[in-house]
Design a binder for this molecule. Structure first.
Ligand SMILES: Cc1cc2nc3c(=O)[nH]c(=O)nc-3n(C[C@H](O)[C@H](O)[C@H](O)COP(=O)(O)OP(=O)(O)OC[C@H]3O[C@@H](n4cnc5c(N)ncnc54)[C@H](O)[C@@H]3O)c2cc1C
Length: 557
């Protein structure tokens, strides 16, 4: 059997596996990605690339590619809730088209609309741009074995049936919800295995906007006498739409005729359209008990499954791989300590538990009309009294739904509390906010953004190695840190910043930022024991041994 060798073998070429391949390649690490499909996306799932994910795209130099990937950037992004498109509108949250939206003050980027059929090719191009990355499509993982010193995998060409072995220092399963890698490791998932049985139908219709009297929108939510029953999403801002029949915890198989009838009900009159694909799927709230074992890790949907309400799924997966990638690079390049990779689970698992929990709460709010039903007359009466009942109901719903539309705190405010590779500074952990993000350089947090020159953000300083920021006119001497880092092989750059705004945000004269852009340590002077600081942040000191408890994180959240 033909065999080959790589440093990291990635299983799965969805957005998470591709982002890992791209980030590893960007760091100069050799990796091979295998994907059993041909790389095309039959039905896009994700469509929102969150603000933190866009910050990663900025780091990788691919923001232009995302912006020009194919979504109509002049298409309004309003979300509206209606009886049907020719019926009554309960309310609406207006959002500008992507071309007009501005980044918030906390970031040099903004979230982008880039559905998976556009985003996956962008990530493929990014991964292919590094000579150390090899992408192999139509290649399936059959089995693997962790041999202690390396991992041995057997893969198969799905067209010819030819098998080959690939040996790798590490294997990462980015192989989706049904992850063979996770199952082979015997890792269970905790949470709720069925929230709803939903069916997505992608259809094509030219000029859908002309068939109704509502203002255009990216997302419509349909509320009928039975409560919230369907959603409609503009997946290219032109002629393609994704209709989701939300369903409930009872499994049903939808025929094409039933799907057509549901779409006509949502639009409110018969019209011509072409069904491109139908995809039944199960909405879940699950997180793996562990993020790996030995030399094998899992990331993305392989590690956590969430309701799409909030758009956290892939975005959490991108956090996973950006966290894991620099640690793999560190260990492979020799400066990462023997405990560095253990910190991946300790840091990312609680983030997933919080995010999937928040997504389920978003779902609960979206479906609330199933329980808090409006006056039945609101569906078909023009009576002024009914009009005001409809408005009141709509305003309450609009207010409640805001938490889903404005979730910057989830995207930027995650924190690696209790991480063994972060040195706490004694300040208390602020509560996790959802609709608000308060920038902080407290260790474990995302190092905050400040403009430090024309078009240059503090975030542009971070990425490849560790960065020690020094603030103020007479910065403290950091020679001891430079020397100790050099002795350990830790890549470290010292950057002096005179910017007052940045100094205010970062609060200390010295702030150490790690390669993923999170703060590992801060202080006004170096600690006496610089060796322990360096050994802690590079994972050379044994950290917390006990596993992360799902229930404890849920309770805390
Ligand atoms: C309707 C809907 C809307 C969503 N919207 C958003 C959104 O706006 N934003 C967001 O962040 N998330 C969203 N999500 C979630 C998001 O789509 C997923 O979290 C994301 O696709 C997960 O990416 P992944 O790469 O981990 O897994 P997947 O996309 O499932 O990719 C896994 C890949 O692994 C391959 N594979 C599996 N087994 C093997 C094997 N043995 N050998 C080789 N290859 C294998 C599969 O073929 C597949 O290509 C949405 C989900 C849905 C259902």
């Amino acid at each position: 059997m033909h065999s080959s060798r790589t440093s990291v073998l990635i299983i799965g070429g969805g957005p998470v596996g591709l982002a890992l391949a791209g980030d590893l390649g960007w760091r100069g690490v050799a990796c091979t990605l295998i994907e059993k499909g041909d790389g095309s996306v039959a039905q896009p799932k994700m469509d929102m690339v969150g603000i933190r994910a866009m910050e990663f795209c900025r780091r990788w130099g691919i923001v232009d590619w995302v912006e020009s990937a194919g979504y109509n950037r002049d298409y309004p992004q309003d979300c509206a809730w209606v009886t049907h498109l020719n019926g009554y509108e309960f309310g609406r949250e207006p959002f500008p088209p992507p071309s007009q939206e501005k980044p918030p003050p906390h970031s040099p980027q903004k979230r982008e609309r880039c559905p998976q059929n556009f985003f996956d090719p962008v990530l493929q191009r990014f991964a292919k741009s590094s000579p150390s990355v090899s992408l192999r499509f139509e290649t399936e993982l059959l089995e693997f074995e962790d041999r202690g010193t390396h991992v041995e995998a057997i893969v198969q060409d799905v067209r010819t049936g030819e098998q080959r072995t690939i040996s790798a220092d590490y294997l990462v399963g980015c192989d989706g919800g049904a992850s063979k890698v996770r199952q082979s490791l015997g890792i269970e998932m905790e949470g709720d295995a069925v929230l709803t049985y939903t069916t997505n139908i992608v259809f094509r219709c030219d000029g859908l906007e002309q068939l109704h009297d509502k203002k255009p929108g990216y997302r419509f939510i349909f509320i009928g006498p039975e409560g919230t029953w369907a959603t409609l999403v503009a997946i290219n801002g032109r002629d393609q739409w994704r209709f989701s029949l939300i369903g409930d915890s009872e499994k049903r198989t939808l025929t094409e005729d039933e799907a057509r009838a549901a779409i006509v009900r949502a639009v409110g009159k018969p019209f011509d359209f072409e069904i491109l694909s139908m995809l039944p799927w199960v909405r879940r709230q699950l997180v793996a008990r562990h993020y790996g074992k030995g030399r094998v890790f899992i990331a993305g949907d392989a590690a956590h499954l969430t309701s799409p309400t909030g758009g956290f799924g892939m975005n959490t997966g991108l956090l996973d791989v950006v966290n894991l990638s620099w640690k793999l690079a560190g260990v492979l390049q020799g400066w990462g300590g023997e405990h560095l990779l253990e910190s991946y689970e300790v840091e990312q698992l609680p983030v997933a538990v919080r995010n999937v929990g928040e997504a389920t709460e978003n779902l609960r709010r979206m479906l609330s009309p199933r329980i808090l039903q409006p006056d039945p007359r609101v569906f078909d009466s023009n009576d002024p009294e009914v009009e005001s009942a409809r408005r009141e109901y709509g305003e309450r719903y609009t207010e409640m739904m805001r938490r889903e539309w404005f979730s910057i705190g989830v995207h930027l405010g995650y924190v690696y509390e209790g991480s063994p590779v972060v040195v706490p500074d004694g300040t208390p952990c602020p509560p996790l906010e959802v609709s608000k993000y308060t920038p902080t350089a407290r260790p474990g947090s995302r190092a905050p953004h400040a403009w430090i020159g024309e078009g240059k953000s503090t975030l542009d300083l971070f990425g490849k190695g560790f960065v020690l920021l020094r603030f103020g006119a007479n910065p403290p001497d950091v020679q001891a840190l430079r020397k100790t880092a050099a002795a350990a092989g830790l890549p470290l750059e010292v950057v002096d910043l005179q910017d007052e705004n940045a100094a205010r945000l970062y609060e200390r004269r010295l702030v150490l930022v790690r390669p993923d852009g999170q703060v590992s340590w801060r202080g006004d002077a170096l600690p006496e024991d610089v060796a322990t600081l360096v050994d802690t942040v590079r994972g050379a000191i044994a950290g917390r041994a006990e596993p992360v408890s799902f229930k404890a994180v849920i309770a805390e959240a």
